[in-house]
Ligand binder design. Structure first.
Ligand SMILES: *Cc1c(COP(=O)(O)O)cnc(C)c1O
Length: 409
């Protein structure tokens, strides 16, 4: 792939992704619908692959919505979520073809949606910011003052506002408590809590529980101090909570939305060593790609630099020969992909791979920094690599800019 498409390059192993999805699908209660969160990896072919496997799609912008439609999503397997939807986005949610539901994140947004003539018959799900807390996630999004969702306390008193809706129909409740959860008990605690809050609110507000979106946030371990989510225990606890809920509310559609967990493991960021040099006794590999494409490698939510798993692809089976710091082409000391990692001997031209990089890669990185642009992306299916995104050319980068005529003196 590196020979054919050049480096730096993201390679997504679609066969691996498919196996992981199918394992999860087989283990989860069939009454739980899996929705893929495009935010984690918005490539249209990756989305189409999830679609072909039977996943629904969860989008958070107009471009993600169009991506999902191009990926062939069935409108009933599509939801739109996000705290700051534009008027254009709200309108697109109501448009022809529609979607399963818009997840509304404030009463003001709900009123704005309801005011659109096009919203007649549009379904909405209330995103609640619950009062219960969730401690096991790396980035908590519930229990605190947050820009996401509607505080549970506010919803307790929102019956009048909801009864006053003239076009939009509320069909359920959603909550998402945080991302990068690696503790099964936390996922189960969140699931149980969300289902409990949904039941309470439905009773108080007189809304149907046609759909409850229990969120997700299942993590992928990246760093040495992290251990993998116990999937068996997670699935077991989630299935049990959902099953108890469905005994009381048969017919409710249960949705779990997962991004990182579904794609994170299946991606490798491939970079080529350009220069290998020593500085004051330490070895540096200066590669053709860096944190401009892989910001997460800087170390998420941590002040200490921790390393993503990285290896030599050229000398994959060789034992470590030295300790190297791998950096990219940016003119900032923060452009460190891996700090002081043992690697087999690295020579200029060698390929290195950062694994578990399928989620929050280029789309969550400053790809325009130093005007290097977006890297190419390849999706491997049945062992065949397909180019699913071309790298940005200089022309791609300069086209949207406008050179204004300036007077010369
Ligand atoms: C980001 C996000 C997701 C996906 O999160 P992952 O941790 O990648 O699974 C799902 N739902 C909401 C509301 C999000 O903000």
């Amino acid at each position: 792939m590196a020979e054919r498409h050049g480096t730096p390059l993201y390679v997504y192993d679609g066969d691996h992704l498919r196996r992981r999805y199918e394992q999860l699908r087989a283990a989860l209660d069939p009454r739980i619908d899996i929705f893929y969160s495009l935010k984690a990896n918005p490539n249209v072919s990756v989305c189409a692959l999830f679609r072909s496997l039977g996943a629904g799609l969860e989008v958070s912008s107009l471009a993600e919505l169009v991506t999902a439609r191009r990926a062939g999503v069935d409108p009933d397997d599509l939801i739109f979520l996000g705290p700051g939807k534009s008027g254009e986005e709200l309108l697109a949610c109501c448009a022809e073809g529609g979607m399963h539901a818009v997840v509304v994140e404030s009463l003001a947004e709900l009123a704005a949606l309801d005011a659109l003539p096009e919203a007649a018959g549009t379904r909405a799900i209330l995103r609640v910011n619950p009062t219960f807390e969730s401690h096991g996630s790396r980035l908590s999004m519930g229990g605190k003052p947050r820009q996401f969702g509607i505080d549970e306390e506010i919803l307790h008193g929102a019956k009048a506002a909801i009864s006053a809706l003239s076009r939009v129909r509320i069909i359920g409740v959603h909550a998402y408590l945080g991302t990068r959860i690696l503790d099964a008990a936390t996922v189960v605690h969140n699931t149980t809590g969300v289902l409990r809050v949904a039941a309470t609110l439905a009773g108080e507000l007189g809304i149907p529980l046609q759909t409850v979106d229990i969120g997700g946030g299942w993590g992928v371990p990246y760093f040495d101090n992290e251990s993998d989510l116990d999937v068996a225990a997670t699935v077991d606890g989630v299935n049990r909570a959902v099953s108890e809920f469905l005994d009381r509310y048969p017919g409710t559609r249960i949705v779990t939305e997962l991004g990182r967990y579904l794609v994170g493991w299946s991606g490798t960021y491939v970079l080529r060593a350009r220069y290998v040099k020593q500085s004051r006794g330490e070895w540096f590999v200066v590669a053709d790609g860096g944190t401009n494409h892989h910001m997460a490698a800087v170390g998420i939510g941590s002040f200490v630099k921790r390393n993503f798993p990285i290896g030599s692809l050229t000398r994959a089976d060789a034992p470590p020969a030295d300790v190297y710091t791998v950096t990219g082409p940016l003119c900032t000391p923060n452009d460190v992909i891996a700090k002081r990692v043992p690697l087999p001997e690295v020579r200029p031209g060698d390929l290195l791979g950062v694994s578990r990089s399928g989620a929050y890669g280029p789309s969550a990185s400053p790809v325009l920094f130093l005007s290097h642009g977006h890297p190419a992306e390849v999706l491997v299916l049945d062992g065949v690599g397909h180019l699913v995104r071309s790298r940005d050319t200089v022309d791609d980068l300069l086209r949207p800019q406008h050179l204004i005529p300036l007077a010369t003196f």
